[in-house]
Design a protein around this ligand. Structure first.
Ligand SMILES: *[C@@H]1O[C@H](CO)[C@@H](O)[C@H](O)[C@H]1NC(C)=O
Ligand SMILES: *[C@@H]1O[C@H](CO)[C@@H](O)[C@H](O)[C@H]1NC(C)=O
Length: 559
């Protein structure tokens, strides 16, 4: 890309990682002082529910092809709302949650957990309810000062690497860098003594070569360990590390020049999310700056799912231990965030910053998707000639979409792409057949407004059947207890204007029911029961987006 006055400025880039063999990483082209929010706005997270159960196998054992396990966060780190949605939920968080690499010594990005909000859309008022994720507002900020050009690193947790040793090799953890630092100090002393004891003038150069050889022997030793992996590979870097420490050299190495990013990087912050202008769509992607026609508005690596059937969810069998194949209950929400084709079992799911927020417009889209041009670092176009079976044994992402501006897009304009004819027909059918659910009770709405009177069991025994609550005890000992029933409601004596206190039956230890009196509303918190959230409701909209015929590879046609 040539840089001129018409090129919109970019502050967040996708580019080859500075960590060897680590694929792509993300970089800032502006200095980010510690505490600064990262460019590009918030992330969202898609709940992934009981994948192993619904596939009657283990993704670890590769019973089914599921690359997403590399990109998922535990629901506990996303937030309680997600944790309770199914038996075992994890969250796919596509931007800062999926793009950065991990370098234990240079973690410079921290992410918050998600909030939950469906932009006012509920099964009572919108056919869009349950068709998009309500987990959003996962915010990233600089945890350390980051220099312009610096690579951004998050913590995946040590466990992530230790369970992936067979193909990632030994990735050093924080302790290993400390051990490496001590080791290099010792070597430094040894090297100095090497010079000292042999200071015959003409031999200095000769001893220099000995030092290079010793260093190469150490780092290329057939014995592998994590501390060893923390040492700089190049002798030149090692010498600098003896001077300034490994940490400093690692930091110097983890930087691309801003010119490099402008020339080779892919911009990630031309778009940012906010409430969509499209009815029933939830959130959307908006232009951060003026984007002239032809601009690559975003680039997105694609996670492949060779067999889309793995997203089908099933009811329990009689024994409750396994799935009942005769009772499908719907598709994982993820389907709505992936691209496919009616003639193929393949799905491609983009995980770039912001692109999953881009909504549909068939009449007047302002961006279109296209394959990136072949580039060893980003996109291997020979994958477009491989059959679907080829992807069963591929565990990296090597395909990318570009979202290209079809006309000038003004700052603040919503970015819209055509999801295809089949998608639009399916959506129109869904809207026609949709009926509001007047009995719907949202636990999230209950949690937002403490003054809303809760119904007692006597008043309406069926009102809270799909949701459950917790009572947080006032003393530490009692902890959280599941609410069994609401027995009585009285105006709060300490809050004369509004508000109530409640008498509850809670499930105590040993599963016996215990009564508690005068519980204030702020001590109660509600969630959906497993498989009762909006995304699991019968008939909630599911459809992949359609890759246009003219760009869909013939080799992938298998249906
Ligand atoms: C987005 O919509 C929600 C729900 O309707 C509203 O509370 C919020 O203020 C909106 N946000 C913006 C930035 O307009
Ligand atoms: C691109 O993919 C082909 C398989 O289609 C593979 O043989 C080749 O090595 C790949 N190229 C790179 C640079 O990874």
């Amino acid at each position: 890309m040539t840089y001129n006055n018409n090129t919109p400025k970019c502050t967040l880039y996708l580019a080859p990682s500075t960590i060897p063999n680590a694929g792509l990483g993300i970089f800032t082209s502006i200095a980010l002082p510690s505490g600064t929010p990262l460019p590009g706005g918030f992330d969202a997270a898609i709940p992934i529910s009981d994948m192993d159960f619904h596939n009657d196998g283990s993704h670890d054992a590769e019973d089914y092809h599921w690359m997403f396990s590399e990109y998922l966060w535990s629901s506990a780190s996303i937030g309680k709302v997600m944790e309770y949605e199914a038996e075992k939920t994890s969250g796919f968080s596509w931007g800062y949650g999926a793009l950065p690499n991990c370098h234990f010594w240079m973690i410079n990005v921290m992410e918050s957990s998600c909030d939950f909000d469906t932009v006012g859309l509920t099964p009572e008022n919108s056919p869009g309810a349950g068709a998009f994720t309500g987990h959003y507002n996962r915010l990233a900020h600089a945890y350390e000062d980051v220099k312009a050009g610096g690579e951004l690193f998050v913590s995946y947790g040590t466990n992530w690497f230790t369970t992936r040793e067979s193909y990632m090799g030994l990735v050093p953890g924080e302790d290993d860098f400390e051990a490496g630092e001590e080791f290099i100090e010792t070597v430094s002393e040894l090297f100095e003594s090497l010079v000292d004891s042999t200071t015959v003038k003409d031999d200095v150069h000769y001893m220099g070569q000995v030092r290079v050889d010793i260093w190469n022997m150490i780092v290329n030793s057939p014995y592998k360990s994590r501390p060893l992996a923390a040492l700089p590979k190049a002798y030149k870097t090692a010498v600098r590390a003896m001077d300034v420490g490994i940490m400093q050299t690692e930091e110097e190495l983890a930087t691309h020049s801003v010119e490099y990013l402008e020339e080779h990087g892919k911009c990630l912050d031309h778009i940012h999310p906010q409430n969509s202008t499209i009815p029933h769509a939830g959130r959307g992607a908006f232009a951060t700056r003026y984007l002239p026609k032809g601009t690559v508005v975003s680039s997105a690596p694609l996670i492949h799912i060779p067999d889309r059937d793995i997203l089908t969810m099933y009811d329990d069998s009689e024994d409750g231990e396994s799935r009942d194949l005769s009772k499908p209950i719907g598709q994982q929400l993820l389907l709505n965030y992936c691209w496919g084709h009616p003639k193929s079992s393949m799905l491609l799911c983009p995980y770039s910053h912001g692109t999953p927020f881009i909504n549909h417009d068939r009449q007047d889209p302002n961006v279109k998707i296209q394959w990136m041009k072949n580039d060893d670092r980003y996109h291997n176009s020979s994958w477009l000639d491989e059959p679907v079976s080829f992807f069963d044994s591929e565990w990296t992402t090597k395909l990318m979409f570009e979202y290209v501006a079809l006309r000038d897009i003004q700052e603040g304009e919503e970015v819209l792409v055509d999801y295809g004819k089949e998608w639009e027909e399916a959506w129109n059918e869904h809207v026609k057949a949709w009926n509001p659910d007047e009995n719907y009770v949202s636990p999230h709405e209950l949690n937002k407004d403490y003054d809303l009177p809760l119904k007692t069991h006597e008043e309406d025994a069926s009102v809270y059947t799909d949701i459950f609550g917790y009572h947080t005890g006032t003393d530490k000992k009692s902890g959280e207890r599941e609410i069994h029933r609401i027995r009585a409601r009285r105006p709060d004596p300490n809050n004369k204007n509004d508000g109530f206190v409640y008498d509850l039956e809670v499930i105590g230890s040993g599963n016996y029911v215990k009564r508690v009196k005068d519980v204030s509303r702020s001590q109660m918190h509600f969630y959906h029961k497993p498989y009762k959230a909006d995304i699991f409701r019968e008939g909630s909209f599911r459809h992949e987006m359609m890759i246009p015929d003219e760009m869909f590879p013939n080799a992938w046609r298998n249906l």
